[in-house]
Design a protein around this ligand. Structure first.
Ligand code: ZN
Ligand code: ZN
Length: 346
């Protein structure tokens, strides 16, 4: 198995276009919000037209960055297809605006469309009672809980332009053709439900979205909508499925960070990282029961700062849910309403 190697040695400049291979371009967009430095969009030439993959978030000057780049590099080409890998705002954020502007439809999985549409309409001025309950059950600190309850919650629509049109569905193993090249659709889960990835064995390219990243690990968050979701289990199954078709020849075009090769190696690492976190949790719980938040240090092997707290909370719940689902750990309710997890004694 080949080790992971980046195709570009330097970090990219956002708003600039980089050629991956003939007719395939990488377009890193700034992310005017917390999280990774930039989100990757891709542009694929399709004869006299172009196809876009992922769109960036609807914030700051991202719209004019798109307009300037398209005008500068593809002045005579029509945007005919807009692929979206998954429903997160950094990927779907400008899809509605681009579809409207270029009179076209978004192409994505059914779940990605339904999630995005539902969350766009689910607007809250205050934290909902189900969200508050979820945070309390995860064992959120009193200080953080008070702060979160005071602030207006982030609404999905704050970073996503309206999705007024319908969509075109892509499904598992479906083939889509761009510029005469076939791309196979493969769905992943765990980071986002029914996350589409696109594989071309002819070009040896994989448009991976956030399903496979090199430098950082994709967040496997559980949210109040589905509080018992087994995101970690779903993620491991997806990585194992991709491992069957991944090759050292593939260049991965990820949702964040630089394109890279060494896909089989990266998938093995991703599986191992989570399996070893699960093992550490089991060891730790032998000393006594803990809440999801009390397991931060065990899972992430470092202190979690305030900025990372929420992502860590959602992912910690993902890990304990997996251990509950596989029957290794019991979940009970503590007096303060937090769930505590304890190792099952056989
Ligand atoms: Zn994502
Ligand atoms: Zn992302």
């Amino acid at each position: 198995m080949k080790k992971i190697e980046f195709v570009f040695q330097e970090n990219p400049e956002t708003g600039k276009l980089y050629e991956i291979t003939e007719g395939v371009f990488w377009f890193p967009m700034p992310l005017p919000m917390m999280g990774p430095d930039y989100v990757n969009c891709y542009i694929l030439e399709d004869g006299q037209e172009i196809a876009l993959v992922d769109t960036g978030v609807n914030m700051g000057d991202c719209k004019s960055i798109w307009e300037n780049m398209l005008l500068r590099n593809f002045p005579n080409k029509k945007v005919s297809k807009i692929f979206v890998t998954h429903h997160h705002p950094d990927h779907i954020g400008l899809a509605g605006w681009l579809c409207e502007k270029y009179s076209t439809e978004m192409i994505c999985s059914r779940t990605a469309y339904l999630m995005a549409k539902m969350l766009s309409l689910d607007v809250h001025e205050k934290v909902s009672s189900s969200t508050e309950l979820f945070w309390r059950q995860a064992g959120m600190s009193r200080e953080m809980l008070e702060e979160k309850l005071k602030a207006r919650p982030f609404n999905f629509g704050d970073g996503v332009s309206p999705l007024d049109k319908g969509y075109i569905r892509v499904s598992e193993n479906e083939m889509t053709t761009i510029n005469g090249v076939n791309w196979t659709v493969r769905m992943g889960n765990g980071h986002a439900p029914e996350h589409a990835t696109f594989w071309s064995n002819e070009l040896n390219l994989v448009l991976a979205g956030d399903q496979v990243l090199a430098g950082i690990s994709s967040n496997l968050g559980v949210y109040p909508m589905e509080p018992n979701a087994d995101t970690v289990g779903d993620w491991i199954i997806s990585c194992e499925k991709f491992l069957e078709v991944a090759s050292d020849a593939h260049i991965v075009l990820p949702g964040h960070g630089r394109p890279f090769s060494g896909l089989p190696q990266r998938l093995v690492q991703l599986i191992e990282n989570h399996k070893s976190a699960l093992k550490r949790i089991k060891e730790d719980l032998k000393a006594g029961p803990k809440t999801a938040v009390e397991l931060f240090k065990t899972i992430f092997k470092r202190d979690i700062n305030k900025r990372e707290y929420m992502l860590a909370l959602h992912e910690a719940v993902g890990h304990v849910n997996h251990l509950c689902k596989t029957g290794l750990v019991n979940r009970n309710i503590r007096q303060d309403g937090a769930y505590i997890y304890e190792i099952k004694s056989n």
